[in-house]
Design a protein around this ligand. Structure first.
Ligand code: AMP
Ligand code: MG
Length: 342
């Protein structure tokens, strides 16, 4: 069964054609246009600019993704939220129009669930697919959630951040350190520049707190870390490159330690067969490697999407529509910027 999937929740306009392949999902085409660079000078996403770029990109992106597949497409899937209203409207109305014009069923997809279902995409035919029950750690620019998945349709929110999302915290810390937007990848690069010699020389000069780490719950908090880094930077006469990279390293260590600690606590409580990492921050090498090590050491399987399926894309929307389909009448589908139910 081939599905045309559309994604327009934020600053990426994406379309993909996917099909089922055993228990997983195969990607036939995957096209992403991003307006991320246009937001760089503002240090964050400007919703009106993102929505206007969605309007410009949606037709060319869908056209390219469909290619020669038009006659073989059996249904249309779209992310209807959470996201920015102006951006969401573009993808949702395009999907409704195509479903109506091509007389195909329309499937609605929760964007956060789609990030998790990216773990069912199999670019290599031999790749294993996740088994339920599973724990998902969704880390993105707007979300930091731990979910317990009994099966493809029954999900329970079990923990997450009380304040800032991890991606947001990475972006804000990077900004305080004078690194460009989006800050997550920049912090990661700074971490790679830190040498053992620097770690020895700096010692624990710039130790940051690990909020809620030792509390016996699945709650997290990242806004205090941002405040702590801001206090250090303000107190410096000048921020040289080594100090900047050491602060990025310490910040990244603190965030990743919290994420791993809380995920492992959830593994102990829920005893899942696997842990699924997902969302834009899942592209972070230190997080991927650190979480994999901890999860596998506890005898649980670990999955995270290939890098190209971590950031916003439509292949993951198609994967969600195949593994957990939810048909909706076009007339009933509206964008929902703050939807929480999967
Ligand atoms: P999303 O909201 O899923 O589109 O993800 C975007 C967020 O992921 C932004 O806040 C980025 O800074 C963050 N991000 C992307 N790559 C990385 C990385 N390598 N390390 C940490 N955060 C990242
Ligand atoms: Mg996203």
């Amino acid at each position: 069964m081939k599905i045309l999937a559309i994604e327009s929740t934020c600053d990426e306009t994406a379309a993909a054609v996917v099909e089922n392949c055993g228990a997983g999902v195969k990607v036939v085409s995957n096209v992403v246009a991003s307006s991320v660079l246009m937001h760089q000078k503002y240090g964050g996403i400007v919703p009106e600019v993102a929505a206007r770029e969605q309007i410009k990109s949606i037709v060319p992106v869908i056209t390219e993704a469909v290619g020669e597949e038009k006659e073989t497409i059996q249904s249309i899937a779209v992310s209807y939220g959470p996201g920015l209203m102006g951006s969401l409207l573009v993808g949702v109305e395009s999907a409704k129009t195509l479903a109506w014009a091509w007389k195909k069923p329309l499937l609605q997809v929760n964007h956060m669930a789609a990030h998790v279902f990216a773990n069912w995409i199999m670019d290599e035919a031999s790749k294993e697919v996740p088994q339920f029950p599973a724990v998902g750690l969704v880390v993105s620019g707007g979300h930091t959630d731990l979910v317990f998945m009994k099966d493809a349709k029954n999900w329970e929110w079990i923990g997450g951040t009380r304040d800032d999302a991890v991606g947001e915290a990475f972006d804000k810390a990077a900004r305080l350190l004078g690194l460009p937007y989006p800050g997550g990848p920049e912090i990661s690069k700074a971490v790679e520049r830190v040498t053992p010699e620097m770690i020895k020389r700096f010692g624990s000069k710039y130790k940051l707190p690990r909020p809620l780490l030792n509390e016996d719950n699945l709650e997290m908090s990242f806004s205090g870390l941002k405040a702590a880094i801001s206090k250090i930077v303000t107190g410096l006469e000048n921020l040289d490159e080594e100090t900047r990279d050491m602060l990025a390293w310490e910040f990244s260590n603190a965030v990743i330690e919290i994420l791993i600690n809380k995920t492992m606590k959830s593994v102990a409580i829920y005893q899942p067969k696997c842990v699924l990492l997902a969302g834009g921050v899942a592209a972070n090498k230190q997080l991927r490697e650190g979480l994999k090590l901890n999860v596998e050491n506890s005898g649980v399987k670990f999955f995270c999407p290939e890098l190209k399926y971590c950031g916003d894309n439509a292949a993951m929307v198609g994967a969600a529509a195949i593994i957990s389909p939810k048909e909706v009448r076009p007339v009933d589908l509206r964008p929902d910027p703050s939807v929480t139910t999967v």
